[in-house]
Design a protein around this ligand. Structure first.
Ligand code: MHO
Length: 194
């Protein structure tokens, strides 16, 4: 089947970006992922010179298959909203990039009896997402030489490894996020919030 033509993008920061890149990438309805830097103001952050940015990741999802709310729920189940790492690099941040996402975040917190002011997690408008260096993209896939050979032999370059739906899934599975159908975190996230 072709990739969905219309995807929406959610952005979160949940500590080291390698893990959530793979966890969210394995979910049904998540089409593409990428890791990068966000939350600060430095114009040209790099891994070794982040400024005030945090490690963040984006997921492009098919809104017909997956809700922003389910991604938000997984984000909240993937960190402790009562604490924040002291290091800015690994802060937990929920970004809104549209008015709809801001509303969904407000409703989600409200439904859980939480407030923006009452949690340690930062809730912010996304101003800019800076994609990280190629070697951070699909880190688990890149760590499996056989998988990397396979995608390179299929003609994938670094941009394809960052942006392709197939690489997002292989990366998720390489990191061990290959739970049985119906038992993945995304499905249970959907169940929880519907
Ligand atoms: N240096 C740590 C974290 C990497 S993550 C991209 C490690 O190698 O596990 O911050």
């Amino acid at each position: 089947a072709p990739s969905p033509e219309q995807t929406e993008t959610a952005t979160f920061a949940l500590g080291c970006f390698w893990g959530p890149d793979a966890r969210f990438g394995a979910l049904e309805g998540v089409v593409r992922t990428r890791v990068g830097y966000a939350g600060g103001t430095k114009a040209d952050p790099t891994y070794h010179d982040l400024g005030e940015h945090s490690e963040a990741f984006q997921v492009d999802y098919d809104p017909e298959q997956r809700s922003f709310k389910s991604l938000l729920d997984l984000a909240f189940r993937s960190h402790d909203h009562t604490r924040q790492p002291s290091s800015i690099q690994y802060q937990n941040i929920v970004f809104a990039s549209t008015a709809e996402q801001a509303d969904a975040i407000a409703s989600y917190l409200d439904a859980r009896g939480l407030t923006r002011e009452g949690i340690a997690t930062r809730v912010e408008q996304l101003s800019r997402f800076h994609p990280a260096e190629d070697y951070h993209q699909k880190h688990s896939l890149r760590g499996r030489q056989s998988l990397l050979n396979t995608v390179e032999q299929a003609g994938y370059d670094d941009a394809d490894i960052r942006e392709s739906p197939a690489a997002a899934k292989l990366n998720g599975y390489a990191a061990g996020n290959d739970l049985p159908e119906g038992h993945d975190l995304g499905t249970s996230a959907n169940r929880t919030v519907h």
